[in-house]
Design a protein around this ligand. Structure first.
Ligand code: SR1
Ligand code: MG
Length: 403
């Protein structure tokens, strides 16, 4: 794809910082000690900048294409969208996203808080580490954003303005295709191990699954409830573990897929990734870790429900939105999350963009883990009305049986 602006690299980052007054005040270009390319996502370039004194900075630059596939054009304006959303999420959920320092709409760079003392949660889960409190922090994050950017939190006028300012059609189309369409059709993006072909055929060919996925896609495309994260998997979460003299810190990052969508999509993204983490645990014979990972679904849900309920008295129009509406809305988010969680787990074992939880397993174990994930996804799609405990008890039984 054509590109009319200079990309960052480890050599030109100091000069870039020198040319941005807001950054040069934060990091003296002459005192930079190290620049590392640390991006491990599919989309962007990410550089961590360390300085002799001070906390440094992270620079994230969007190209006009997908990082892992330069033949796939995509708007670099995703970078500006990310900055706008980060500011809104930072206001709604202080301390749960990285701080935003600078936005460069010409070279499509955002400057963010350097969180090098944090690690990506997916990696920690893969190592079998159990960070207590993170799932609850994320439930609170989704609740604060889900309330604070909604009609409930903003009132009618500001909600409409927020919605109009946050349309993100190209990134939404990626999700519509990769999560809700491609895994259910023959597509060149799909990669299926021969031993899993019958599993995928049974899952994607199930009429109940197909109807539930179709309805989930419709909800994703039309339910403009709040300015959701839009890609809240465990690789979009940074964690600093609690230790002597160190407080736990949880930050949701990478909000470029954000748009006004259904709040259950963010809860579901977490649930789907807990299922993947649990499938890995069962495949490796670590039932204890698998059970812990599945228990995170309840931790996230309970924290979400408690925080949203605590915010409810602040709602804009209590004349109409009474407590019956709260109960019914929470039930809707829960049911949505089950379907979205299934879609998010299944896409990672059928389609484009895989996850290390599954991909780093030896092939024989991977086949079983994928089978378990598809059984679990089918259950989540066809029994969405259950509460988390029984729903995820059954999910655990299905994952364990497949392993
Ligand atoms: C082009 S790859 C896009 C995927 O990576 C992101 O993390 C999202 O999950 C998206 O579906
Ligand atoms: Mg990402």
């Amino acid at each position: 794809a054509g590109q009319s602006y200079e990309l960052l690299n480890v050599e030109n980052v100091p000069a870039y910082i020198a040319g941005r007054p807001a950054l040069a005040r934060l990091v003296d270009p002459a005192r930079i000690t190290r620049v590392r390319e640390v991006g491990d996502g599919n989309m962007n370039l990410v550089f961590a900048v360390e300085a002799e004194d001070g906390p440094g900075v992270v620079l994230k630059q969007s190209m006009p294409y997908v990082r892992v596939d330069p033949d796939w054009p995509i708007t670099p304006d995703r970078n500006r969208i990310e900055a706008t959303v980060l500011a809104a999420h930072g206001a709604a959920a202080p301390g749960l996203v990285p701080a935003l320092y600078d936005v460069d709409e010409t070279r499509h760079v955002v400057a963010l808080e350097n969180l090098s003392d944090h690690q990506v949660w997916r990696g920690r889960l893969n190592e079998g580490l159990r960070d207590e409190g993170v799932a609850g922090d994320l439930g609170r994050y989704v609740a604060r954003v889900g309330f604070g950017t909604s009609v409930f939190g903003l009132g009618a006028e500001a909600h409409k303005a927020g919605l109009a300012a946050s349309v993100n059609p190209e990134l939404c189309e990626i999700t519509e295709d990769l999560v809700f369409t491609e895994p259910y059709i023959e597509h060149e993006h799909n990669r299926i191990l021969p031993a899993n072909e019958p599993d995928v055929a049974a899952y994607a060919g199930d009429p109940g699954v197909r109807t539930a996925i179709g309805l989930a896609k419709l909800a994703f495309m039309t339910h403009a409830e709040a300015l959701i994260h839009g890609d809240l998997h465990t690789g979009s979460v940074l964690v600093r573990a609690e230790g002597p003299g160190v407080a736990r810190s949880t930050r949701a990052f990478d909000v470029e897929f954000a748009f006004y969508g259904p709040v259950g999509f963010d809860i579901g993204a977490l649930w789907g990734n807990y299922v993947l983490a649990a499938a890995r645990g069962f495949a490796l014979g670590d039932e204890e870790h698998a059970a812990w990972a599945l228990g995170l679904a309840t931790r996230t849900w309970e924290a979400f429900e408690a925080e949203f309920t605590a915010l409810w008295p602040e709602r804009a129009d209590p004349r109409v939105y009474g407590d019956g509406v709260l109960a019914a809305y929470l039930a809707k988010v829960h049911a949505d999350a089950a379907a979205f969680g299934a879609a998010k787990a299944a896409r990672r074992v059928i389609g484009f963009s895989r996850v290390t939880d599954i991909e780093t397993l030896p092939e024989e174990r991977r086949v079983k883990a994928i089978r378990g994930v598809l059984h679990a996804a089918r259950h989540l799609l066809t029994r969405p009305a259950d509460r988390p405990e029984p729903l995820f008890d059954r999910v655990g039984a299905l994952l364990s049986a497949a392993a």
